[in-house]
Design a protein around this ligand. Structure first.
Ligand code: A2H
Length: 252
């Protein structure tokens, strides 16, 4: 682990339906905050990942917005002056990840009007917000987590997942890298022989390989920076998202 703080972009995914246990808060708009290092890949979102056994905070920031994130994120946000009083968070409620599963969401840059919160069993507890925007065309870990749900009907039944939630949005790469075809996350999972999301060692290798290839040689296939190199436009996408109020910046 590095010593320097890691800066994440927190993508604001708007809940299109408020879960029952949060109706009492009487908020019209509640957002899941998904942590990413790769804001340019948000064009390829097909779903969102939450941990079914994790408790999340429901917080209100000084701008009056209501967000959902992990508790360590809340504490860090308090020291990054997201609340009225420095260092003191405003926690409205708690919600278990299980209750978030199946929530329809509207997410910035996403090519689908609605995507759904789905269960992941391999998210790291203390990283980011505990919520991830899934881009299975570009991220091997997202690809394999989606495959795990697609292959396991019992699991889908257990969490009341409909086919629409799991099968409707197809993994597509939104970055072009030399020597790789359409869905390279899938290609790389195959060539590393990754069977499921528990194979963290292989997944990390696959991730590392793609990460540098995308950064140094990747060109955008979609969006307003189409044709441009990822290394040249990543920070611009980040700035665009923040300026338009669709994301916030966070470090840990
Ligand atoms: B990235 P780092 Cl397309 N547990 O966003 C597991 N993974 C998490 C997480 C958690 N609690 N919080 C964030 N992440 C993911 C996009 C993406 C990401 C692509 C390709 C690679 C990639 C779409 N998912 O990350 O360990 C988030 O997924 C590979 C580096 O802090 C976030 O960026 O370096 C990244 O891992 C942060 O990982």
């Amino acid at each position: 682990e590095g010593v320097l703080p890691q800066e994440y972009v927190l993508i604001k995914m708007k809940m299109q339906k408020i879960p029952k246990s949060l109706e009492k808060l009487k908020r019209k708009e509640i957002y899941l905050l998904a942590a990413t290092l790769r804001p340019e890949t948000m064009y390829g979102q097909t779903n969102c990942w939450v941990s079914p056994n994790c408790d999340y905070d429901v917080i209100e920031t000084k701008t009056g917005e209501t967000y959902i994130c992990a508790n360590h994120t809340t504490l860090n946000l308090a020291y990054q002056d997201y609340f009225e009083t420095h260092g003191i968070p405003k926690i409205l409620s708690k919600i278990n990840g299980h209750e978030l599963i199946g929530t329809p969401l509207e997410s910035p840059l996403c090519q689908y009007k609605t995507i759904f919160a789905l269960p992941s069993f391999s998210l790291q507890r203390d990283k980011g917000t505990g919520i991830v925007a899934s881009c299975p065309g570009d991220a091997p870990e997202d690809f394999i987590m989606l495959e795990d749900l697609r292959k396991n009907e019992d699991l889908r039944k257990k969490y009341n997942l409909t086919d629409k939630m799991v099968f409707e949005c197809e993994p597509k790469s939104i970055i072009d890298i030399p020597d790789y075809k359409e869905c390279y996350a899938k290609q790389v999972c195959k060539s590393y022989g990754i069977q499921n999301q528990m194979e963290q060692k292989k997944i990390t290798q696959a991730k590392d390989l793609l990460y540098s290839k995308e950064y140094y040689t990747g060109q955008m296939l979609v969006g307003s920076y189409r044709g441009q190199f990822v290394r040249e436009m990543r920070s611009r996408i980040k700035d665009d998202l923040v300026k338009s109020g669709q994301a916030i910046i966070y470090s840990e």
